[in-house]
Design a protein around this ligand. Structure first.
Ligand SMILES: Cc1ncc(COP(=O)(O)O)c(C=O)c1O
Length: 455
């Protein structure tokens, strides 16, 4: 019998997160205050985030200890298994070895609890009573709801309308963990009301939902805001994934040639990739690929600019690849990948050519997800299917070239609450959306007057 799963004992779980900031070859350009054009300081962020998270956002410590209460919660599902996708390899008749890091085993079903638990903990010890947040597909909202239940925090979730309608079970999961979830745009905030007046049928977007959640946090005493991706501290918390994977691969004497992750705001991709990016900067040869939808091609078509993280311009200006904060992506089923921007760390790594980006079409991603389910069994989330489409593409290339490369992918979440999306695919109701260049140019016009980052 050949080995399938590479497991770590609880004792072997990493005790620190890896912070890439001190290792970035050209550093990271600072977020700017939109009114002054000057770098934002801790005081600017204090109304929305607790101080320990603000400190992590700018920390220059290479390794940051994971607090004991967070480690204890991680043990509910971590360390996650690293699994060799032998059945997929056989189906594709590829000489490639495919390993996947199964983040779908968490209670919420994705990688998101890695940071949700950490953020809930730091809020709790800082005296926060209530957290507001946004969610796309509902994975992040459910992860924070789960974490809120563990630490006794009230959670309010603004869920992008299109996903709220497509994924009622995600809302019910949030309710089961005691959270309140409303569709965004909502009548609960000024930002939501303004958008509803202009377009009562707005499908919503992550950018709009972020605006609502921030407004909620700053207008409700005892409340803070929490973001499930994009920011440095979120990516930091996810690095437990890549560090576990490194230990697991080391156990079997393997090292990846190719690393793949899907990217919405960039956190699961970065969580797996960043510890390996460090190796790459130290001389290892690895292709590290971030995969996005062709309908929301932030990295492959969006320029590197200063832009707002949200639609109503409440966040600082972030240096990132962006399609413009007004951009409302097509209602594809991978709701977690419908974001106009990309994490500044991921954007900078792309600029530094330490990683590459690829865009894939929706139908190809579902075909990959179905192939995966019929070989490896686990049904992937529509977001994860983007990464799997590129895994299959690379494995086929290995076959053509006769190369036995080792591929490592972040299997970011299961799709058990996304079966209506699969249903739409089976019924032939899904289509591909390629974003026309004119539409990108239109959305980017709003950025013309903003400061420009160094390229
Ligand atoms: C299963 C899954 N994978 C990936 C993503 C993309 O987010 P990120 O780029 O922050 O990992 C999401 C977001 O909701 C998700 O739910």
């Amino acid at each position: 019998m050949s080995t399938r799963k590479i497991l770590l004992s609880e004792d072997e779980m990493p005790r620190q997160w890896y912070n890439i900031l001190p290792d970035l070859p050209h550093g990271l350009q600072p977020p700017l205050h939109p009114a002054t054009g000057k770098p934002v300081g801790p005081d600017d962020l204090a109304p929305i985030f607790p101080m320990p998270l603000i400190e992590q956002e700018v920390s220059t410590e290479r390794y940051i200890d994971i607090p004991e209460p967070v480690l204890e919660k991680y043990l509910l599902w971590r360390p996650t298994p690293l699994i060799r996708a032998r059945a997929l390899e056989a189906f594709l008749q590829t000489p490639a070895k495919i390993y996947y890091k199964h983040e779908g085993v968490s209670p919420a079903g994705s990688h998101k609890p890695n940071t949700a638990v950490a953020q809930a903990y730091y809020n709790k010890i800082s005296g926060t009573k209530r957290i507001s947040t946004e969610t796309g597909a509902g994975q992040w909202g459910s992860a924070l709801s789960f974490a809120g239940a563990l630490f006794g925090l009230e959670i309010k979730v603004y869920m992008v309308r299109i996903s709220y309608d497509q994924k009622p079970y995600r809302r019910l999961m949030m309710n089961a963990w005691g959270a309140n979830c409303v569709p965004s745009p909502s009548p609960d905030t000024k930002a939501g009301r303004t958008i509803l007046e202009q377009d009562p049928d707005s499908p919503g977007s992550l950018g709009i939902a972020i605006s609502e959640a921030i407004e909620d946090a700053v207008t409700n005493p005892g409340s803070k805001y929490s973001l499930g991706s994009v920011l440095n501290h979120v990516l930091l918390h996810q690095t437990i994934i890549g560090q576990e994977a490194q230990k697991q691969l080391q156990k079997i004497g393997e090292y990846p040639d190719i690393i793949i992750g899907c990217a919405g705001g960039g956190s699961n991709f970065a969580g797996l990739a960043l510890p390996f990016v460090r190796d790459k900067m130290g001389g290892k040869k690895i292709d590290i690929i971030a995969v996005e939808p062709s309908s929301c091609p932030t990295m492959t078509k969006g320029p590197f600019v200063y832009d707002f993280g949200d639609t109503v311009q409440m966040t600082p200006l972030l240096p990132m690849h962006s399609l413009g904060h007004d951009f409302v992506p097509a209602p594809i089923h991978a709701g977690g990948l419908r974001y106009h921007g990309m994490a500044p760390i991921v954007s900078q790594l792309l600029l530094d050519k330490l990683i590459e980006a690829r865009a894939v079409k929706q139908l190809e991603t579902f075909a990959a997800g179905v192939t995966w389910a019929r070989t490896e069994g686990f049904i992937p989330a529509p977001e994860t299917n983007h990464a799997l489409a590129v895994v299959i593409e690379e494995a086929k290339k290995c076959k053509e070239e006769g190369k036995a490369k080792t591929i490592l992918v972040n299997w970011s979440g299961h799709g058990l609450v996304d079966m209506m999306a699969y249903n739409a695919y089976f019924e032939g109701k899904l289509s591909d959306y390629d974003l026309p260049d004119e539409e990108i140019q239109k959305a980017l016009r709003a950025l013309e007057k903003f400061p420009k980052p160094k390229l």
